[in-house]
Structures are given as structure tokens and as C-alpha cells.
Design a protein around this ligand. Structure first.
Ligand code: GCW
Length: 845
């Protein structure tokens, strides 16, 4: 009876709307709560009750968690300890408190934990306080997943550096807003050039991160603002560190290399200049006097216009070491980014051998061993920039006497900006499992970044996360699986993408098997689908790289110094990165891997255009030509995306309405945008190569009514740039900003039920309204306000970044009747329309 009552009281939260703020730490009631509760002791022994200590936090989480999950109210321990208790603390604290207890010491390293559940006794012991908190979160996760039975867990992290980076600016505005490449709202740390007065979200963020083993957050953008070093802002940073500390999360800072000049009033930032060295030592001393446990620094230097040691004819090591030395007496770390390249020197027409991918090894190879021991080189997973598929950066095989960390991107900068579902763990797994075969010995990337392969003591993981004030953190509920998986994989690289996803889903959405299955199906299909409909065969993402890094724009890759080239011409495509004939990049790998990438035959086909320049007619192992593979993959990937909303809909009523609607909205949007991707890429390469699609799909859209072919009143024809971002290259826009436009036509399709899709452009410069009528009866009305609802970077242009589809399903259409779109412009947005598709039910085109 008690159980039933409990379920009535607590079970209510099953249907309560959820905004995502607690992410996977909802502590929601589980189905077998009664049975679980009976297995858990009722007394809690917290071995350090100092307010703000991680062990004390662990005690609070256990109380709150077990109350929520199984309805158990833990009682603090009185004078006499009961035989059965839930004990949490460090190993040392435990031995202190229990001098007579015989106990086999677990083998723990820094941050590691041990859990023993035996005979109604639960012990959660950390090697340090942070480890104890990790153990508590792990135990709560087990119970949340329905397991409170006897067990022993000894868990140690593979690598000491498990950081996240936030690219938070000090203020909103500028080209990147509050968080560069952030799609979850403004910074949780900074506002209007200062640290926010209310840092509640900073504490909540630290809580989430601690629960997945993350031990430090670099709070500000690598494109750093020197004013962060003002005394007032340093005080503010100390407040952030205070908010983090109860969760064992340390604060890290990005530095602007030119701060001595920009902020310190010096005439140089030369790392060998005495006054510069003194400036930085002073900064470091001031910071540590406020934040004694600060994690250290992160430095982006000589990259994308940022200053750095090369500006002063010093090496990158000279620069890194200068910071590292100031940190040494405090035990701090200097993370120095390998993302160094000089776009000013890159010219694809002048040299076939020019290649941005070569830069990192060229700069850092000769510096191996020249860094202070507390420097870690932070290397993006691939040699270019967070593309949908890249080979592992060869630099990992070159730094054998210097610690390295892999930089992964949780924020989906090039991968759909959280408006597309792309579960990234499978990609990370492939990268981490890749064997670089250094000196022909097993050299898995995961073993290099764990420090195992080259005996490094400082190494690990950095994940660019970019959460914001949005209650969903990343802007999308489903995107949070990426953050969860990141933490778990940084702790244990053998974590499987499916396994960790199932765990996350249970914690985030509950135990319903169908919910778990659906989220698994969608998520596991999502990266392959995105790769298919964006850029395949290793050609890169093909997104717009000159604007928001969103939406298709294959032409933007070439003809500029950013070096993300595809070298596509009328006959061939791909970067020749071979040693014998190309940029020599393949030769940067250890010999076995270099030999594999050197030859077309042995290069994995999903990277073939990364390494080779080939004719469109080159035949792949599948028997298809490259161009036909492009067409087919884009059709396949976008078709998979069409299934996402339908699959998701089967969960109606199985999860709370708020999250159900939020996810559905995004999946519907993604399905529409996948069609935009498909058509843009296919038409772009069809236009370049002149080779038609064997299946006749590309360029032939039999269900479409092009807006430019309709009768226009108040609308005019607009040539879209790039052409492939519109069906047949053209769209319509209202003739001015204040008058409605009407586009109408007579339906020639046979009468019947249709899904009516309208492709339009939603620019972030106004909120136009569109109305769709069939014979003067309103089918639907919608607004162009995606800039407020979807979170992706705001874009002003009429192009593949703003192209959007809305579909009205099951509409009765009569031959000979009239179809009309009425567009009302708003602000600078001229209610643009591309086409209408009358789709027989079940068809998408
Ligand atoms: O991916 C590119 C991004 C920049 C970013 C840079 C970097 C923070 O487009 O926004 O700057 O890389 O990683 O430094």
C-alpha cells in the first residue's frame, strides 16, 4: 500500500512537463522502486560535512536522488552507527573513521572511485573528494537504471584531462553573439562585458558535468577578450569557480596572447620580453590568489588572425612555455591548441601542393619535447575543422614527448547546429579506435590520448560544448546525449555508442522500452544520414563555410584561402594529398597508415576524396561512379531523415508533451532541410559535371510547382545565390517590404489527397507570414520566426541556410482548383517562396 501511495504521489512527475534543465539528473521515479528501496540502507554517513566540499555535495545528491528515484528518505547517522549504512567519502576519510574495519584497499588513481554494495551496506569511496562525488553519481545512475543489487565497482579515469571548453564571449553582439558557435542561448557566465551576478546556471552546469566525470571548464572563448583580466572580472571568475567547486569542477581560462599590449599597456607581447613575462606571472598570481584551485589556461595562438609567438619570431613552444612556467608553482596546466594555420598563405590556384591540413604537423612536429611538462597540446580530431568525416589528425603520432589531448566538438557547428539530430558518439568511437601504427606497433588514438602509448602523465580530452541559458542547455533535448557520451568516453574510451545512449535515454526519458528503442534507432541512424545528405566520400561537410557554417553551399569550399578545398571542376573532385603527386599530407602518417592512404585502392572509400583527386566517373567498389554515389547517397540520407518524425510520433503519450513537441518540431524541420541539402548538392555537381543521375531524379521534380512559374501579384522573381539553393535556381520575393505578395496557379494534378509542401526561406531579418489557400479556403498560415525557435545561427540571406519546408498532410486537392500563397513581408524579410510540392501520400520530393 505504501508503495502504491508513493507511486501516486511521486509517479505524478511522469507526466509533468519537462524543460530539460536537469537533463539526465532528473531523479525521476523508477518502475521497480519498491524492490529497489528495500535493498538500500536508510542511514547516510557523509564523511565530510563541510559545506561546499564535493563529499558533502555527494551526500546531498544521494539524499535528493534516492528520494526522487525510489522514494527513500535517508536519515543522517546518529551517535551510534548502524551496521547497515550508505557511506560516502574518500578512502582516507573512511579509514580514519573506521580504523578497525578490515578492508581491501581498491586500486584507485586520481578521481577514481570504488562502490561496494553488499549485505545492505553501501560504500562509495573516492580516491579524492571528487572521486567520491563521481562514485555517488554512478551509484545513483545504477539505481535510476533499476539496479541496487550487490556489486563491486572500481572505476578509474583513463586520462587526467577531461575538460570542456565554452566559447563564451564577454558580451552579446559582434559576429558571433554571446557564445561563438553556441545554439542554446546566451552565455551562462557572461553578460554585458562582465560576469553574471546570478551564477545559478554555472552551478547547475558543474553538477551535470561532474556526473559524467568532467573535471574542468574553460569558461571563455578561445578567441579571448583581454578585458577578462581586469580585477573586477577576476573577482567574477572567482565567483564562477565558487559555483563550480562543490562539484569538484575546476575553472580554466582562455587567454588572448596579446593581452600585455591590449590590456597591460606594454609595447610588445613577445614571450621573451621580461616585462611580458612579469605581466603574465602577475596575472597568474592574481588569479590564483582568488582561485587557488584554478585548472589552468587554454591558448589559441597564431590562428585565424589571433596573435601568437610567431608574431614575434618565437616558436609556438616559446609561447606555450611562457604561460606554463607561470602556472607551475600552482600545479596548473597550459592547454595549447594545435589549431594553427595561416590562411593568408593558402592559395589553391598557385599551388597544387598547398594544403591547410599540413599545417599542424609542420608547426608542431619539430617542437616535440620542447614543451614544459605542464603543457598539453590540444588537437582537433581531424586536420581541418570538425567535419562530418575526417581522418585522425596525424599530429597525434608525432608528439611522443609531449602530452596531447583530443578536441571534440559537442556543439554541432558544421553538423546541423542542433537543428539536425546528429548523434556523434559513433564518429568519436571510430576516431578513438583508429590505429595510427606508430613504429608499426599498436597505437590506438585512445591509447595516445590516455597517455598509455607514449607514457605521458598529462593528456586527455577537451570537448567544445557551448551550452547556453536555454533550459535544454544545448538547444535540443536529444543533443544532450552527445554531452553525456563525451564525458563517459573521456572516462572510458571503450564505452560503446549504443550502450551509453541507452543509459542516457533511461535517465533522461525513463524506462519505457519503446522510448529507448526509438531514440536508439533515430540516434544511431543520424550521423550516417547526415553524412549522406551533406558531404560523403570524405569530401567534407560541404556546408556554407563563409557564413554561418550551416546549410549546403558546396561552392563555398573553394576559391578562398580558408583551405577547406574540394578542388571540384568539370571532370574531377577531391584533394590529392598523396606524397607522390599531391600535397604530401598522407606522408605525415606513420608508414603503414601513410601507405594505406597513398593509394586509391587501399584508401577507405569514406575518405577517398579526402586523399585523392578523382574523375566523377571513377568507379567505386560498389560498382557505382563517384557522381552516382553522390546522387544516391544524398537521396538515401534525406530519405532516412524523412522517417525521423514518423518514428518519433510513435512515442506520443509515452513521454511528456513538452519534450515530445520540442523534438518533433526539430525532426520535422530536419526532414525538410535534408531535402534542401539533397537537392542543392546534387544540382551543384550535376551542373559542374554535366553527368545526369542514372535514375533521372536530379533536376526532375514532377510534383513541384515552381513559385516563379505561378501568377505573381506583388511578388517578383529572384535569382537565388548560389543557384542550387533554389529549385531551378529561382524563387520569388515581395516587390517591396510593405506590400503583400500573391502567387497563384491552377492545379493540374489529378484530384485526390496530397501532402502539400511549401519551400520558403526564413531569414533572420523579419517574421514574414505566409498563407496557403486552396480555392480560397485556408490550408495553413505560418510565420518566418525560426530564428527564435530553432537556435541555429541566424542568417540574413536567401540561400541554403534559410531554406525551409513546411508540409500540410492529407489535403484534399481538386484538379482545376486554384492554389494561392499570400506572403506578407516583415522587416527586411520579403516572404520568399521557392516552390510548392503536391505529393501523393507517402511520397517526399
Ligand atoms: O571551427 C572554427 C570555428 C571558429 C572557432 C575556430 C577555433 C572559436 O568556425 O568559430 O573559433 O574554429 O576552433 O578556434
Amino acid at each position: 500500500m505504501k508503495g502504491v501511495l508513493w507511486l501516486l504521489v511521486f509517479g505524478a512527475s511522469f507526466v509533468v512537463a519537462e524543460d530539460g534543465l536537469n537533463a539526465w539528473l532528473r531523479y525521476a521515479p523508477v518502475p521497480n522502486a519498491d524492490a529497489l528501496r528495500a535493498q538500500i540502507p536508510t542511514t547516510l554517513v557523509v564523511l565530510n560535512t563541510t559545506e561546499g566540499s564535493p563529499v558533502n555535495t555527494a551526500g546531498k545528491e544521494l539524499s535528493q536522488g534516492l528520494k526522487g528515484i525510489v522514494g527513500l528518505r535517508l536519515a543522517p547517522c546518529g551517535k551510534s552507527r548502524p551496521r547497515q549504512a550508505l557511506t560516502v567519502g574518500t578512502v582516507a576519510q573512511f579509514l580514519d573513521a573506521n580504523p578497525t574495519v578490515r578492508f581491501d584497499l581498491p586500486e584507485l588513481i586520481n578521481d577514481g572511485f570504488y562502490i561496494s554494495v553488499s549485505g545492505g551496506n553501501v560504500r562509495i569511496l573516492g580516491q579524492n573528494e571528487r572521486g567520491a562525488l563521481y562514485g555517488a553519481f554512478h551509484y545513483l545512475s545504477l539505481v535510476s537504471q533499476g539496479n541496487a543489487s550487490d556489486l563491486v565497482v572500481t572505476s578509474n579515469p583513463e586520462a587526467p584531462v577531461r575538460w570542456v571548453n565554452q566559447w563564451d564571449n564577454m558580451q552579446d553582439g559582434g559576429t558571433h553573439g554571446s557564445v561563438e558557435r553556441g545554439y542554446g542561448g546566451p552565455s551562462i557566465f557572461f553578460w554585458q562585458g562582465r560576469i553574471r551576478p546570478d551564477l545559478t546556471r554555472a552551478g547547475q552546469y558543474a553538477r551535470l558535468l561532474a556526473s559524467i566525470g568532467i573535471n574542468a571548464v574553460v569558461v571563455n572563448n578561445v578567441n579571448a577578450n583581454a578585458t577578462l583580466l581586469s580585477p573586477e572580472n577576476m573577482d567574477g571568475l572567482a565567483r564562477i569557480a565558487n559555483a563550480f567547486r562543490p562539484y569538484g569542477v575546476q575553472l580554466g581560462l582562455s587567454l588572448n596572447f596579446a593581452s600585455p599590449e591590449l590590456y597591460g599597456g606594454l609595447h610588445t607581447s613577445d614571450p621573451f620580453d621580461k616585462s611580458v613575462i612579469a605581466f603574465w606571472q602577475n596575472v597568474t598570481d592574481n588569479l590564483y590568489s582568488r582561485i587557488p584551485d584554478m585548472a589552468g589556461y587554454l591558448v589559441k595562438a597564431n590562428s585565424e588572425g589571433q596573435p601568437g609567438p610567431l608574431t614575434y619570431n618565437r616558436t609556438l613552444a616559446d609561447g606555450a612555455n611562457m604561460f606554463a612556467r607561470t602556472l607551475q608553482k600552482y600545479g596548473g596546466i597550459c592547454m595549447f591548441r594545435a589549431f594553427v594555420y595561416d590562411y593568408r598563405t593558402l592559395n589553391q590556384t598557385l599551388s597544387w601542393k598547398a594544403d591547410r591540413a599540413n599545417a599542424a604537423v609542420e608547426y608542431f612536429d619539430k617542437l616535440d619535447g620542447k614543451f614544459e611538462p605542464n603543457v598539453v597540446i590540444q588537437i582537433k580530431y581531424g586536420p581541418i575543422d570538425f567535419q562530418v568525416r575526417e581522418p585522425v589528425s596525424p599530429l597525434f603520432s608525432h608528439l611522443q614527448n609531449t602530452g596531447s589531448a583530443i578536441e571534440l566538438q559537442i556543439t554541432q557547428e558544421y553538423l546541423g547546429q542542433q537543428a539536425h539530430l546528429v548523434y556523434l558518439a559513433p564518429m568519436w568511437k571510430e576516431l578513438l579506435d583508429f590505429d595510427l601504427r606508430v613504429e608499426s606497433k599498436p597505437s590506438k588514438l585512445s591509447d595516445i590520448v590516455s597517455g598509455k602509448r607514449f607514457n605521458q602523465t598529462l593528456s586527455g580530452y577537451a570537448g567544445v560544448v557551448n551550452v547556453g541559458m536555454n533550459s535544454t542547455w544545448l538547444g535540443s533535448h536529444l543533443a544532450m546525449s552527445n554531452l553525456y557520451a563525451y564525458g563517459k568516453m573521456a572516462w572510458t574510451s571503450s564505452t560503446t555508442p549504443e550502450g551509453v545512449l541507452g543509459e542516457w535515454t533511461k535517465l533522461t526519458f525513463g524506462h519505457d522500452a519503446q522510448v529507448i528503442d526509438v531514440i536508439k534507432r533515430l540516434s544511431m541512424a543520424s550521423w550516417p544520414a547526415y553524412e549522406d545528405y551533406s558531404g560523403n566520400l570524405g569530401v567534407q561537410t560541404l556546408t556554407d563555410i563563409l557564413n554561418a557554417h550551416y546549410g549546403p553551399n558546396p561552392g563555398s569550399q573553394d576559391g578562398n584561402p580558408w583551405g577547406q578545398w574540394t578542388r571540384a571542376d568539370a571532370f574531377s573532385i577531391g584533394m590529392d594529398r598523396t606524397d607522390k603527386n599531391g600535397t604530401g599530407f598522407a606522408g605525415q602518417y606513420p608508414p603503414e597508415v601513410a601507405a594505406m592512404y597513398e593509394e586509391v585502392e587501399t584508401t577507405p572509400e569514406n575518405l577517398i576524396l579526402w586523399f585523392h583527386h578523382l574523375p566523377y566517373t571513377h568507379v567505386l567498389k560498389s560498382g557505382k561512379t563517384i557522381i552516382q554515389h553522390f546522387y544516391d547517397a544524398h537521396y538515401r540520407g534525406s530519405a532516412v531523415a524523412q522517417t525521423f518524425p514518423e518514428i518519433w510520433k510513435t512515442l506520443k503519450g509515452k513521454i511528456d508533451q513538452e519534450r515530445f513537441d520540442h523534438v518533433l518540431f526539430r525532426l520535422v524541420y530536419q526532414a525538410g532541410h535534408a531535402i534542401v541539402w539533397r537537392d542543392s548538392i546534387c544540382n551543384f555537381y550535376f551542373n559542374k559535371s554535366g553527368i545526369p543521375d542514372e535514375l533521372g531524379r536530379v533536376g526532375n521534380y514532377r510534383y513541384r510547382i515552381e513559385a516563379e512559374n505561378m501568377d505573381l501579384k506583388g511578388y517578383k522573381i529572384y535569382n537565388v545565390q548560389p543557384f542550387e539553393a533554389a529549385s531551378k535556381g529561382r524563387a520569388i520575393v515581395t516587390v517591396n517590404n510593405s506590400t503583400q505578395g500573391i502567387a497563384s496557379t491552377t492545379i493540374s494534378a489529378e484530384s485526390g489527397k496530397y501532402d502539400v509542401a511549401v519551400n520558403y526561406y526564413d531569414q533572420a531579418i523579419g517574421n514574414s507570414t505566409w498563407e496557403l489557400y486552396l480555392d480560397d479556403s485556408l490550408v495553413g498560415r505560418w510565420k518566418g520566426d525560426l530564428e527564435y525557435t530553432i537556435g541555429k545561427a541566424p542568417v540574413f540571406y536567401i540561400d541554403g541556410q534559410t531554406a525551409t519546408r513546411i508540409t500540410f498532410k492529407g489535403i484534399q486537392v481538386t484538379k482545376g482548383s486554384s492554389l494561392k500563397i499570400v506572403g506578407t513581408p516583415d522587416g527586411m524579410e520579403p516572404a520568399p517562396v521557392d516552390y510548392v510540392s503536391l505529393l501523393p501520400e507517402g511520397l517526399v520530393d
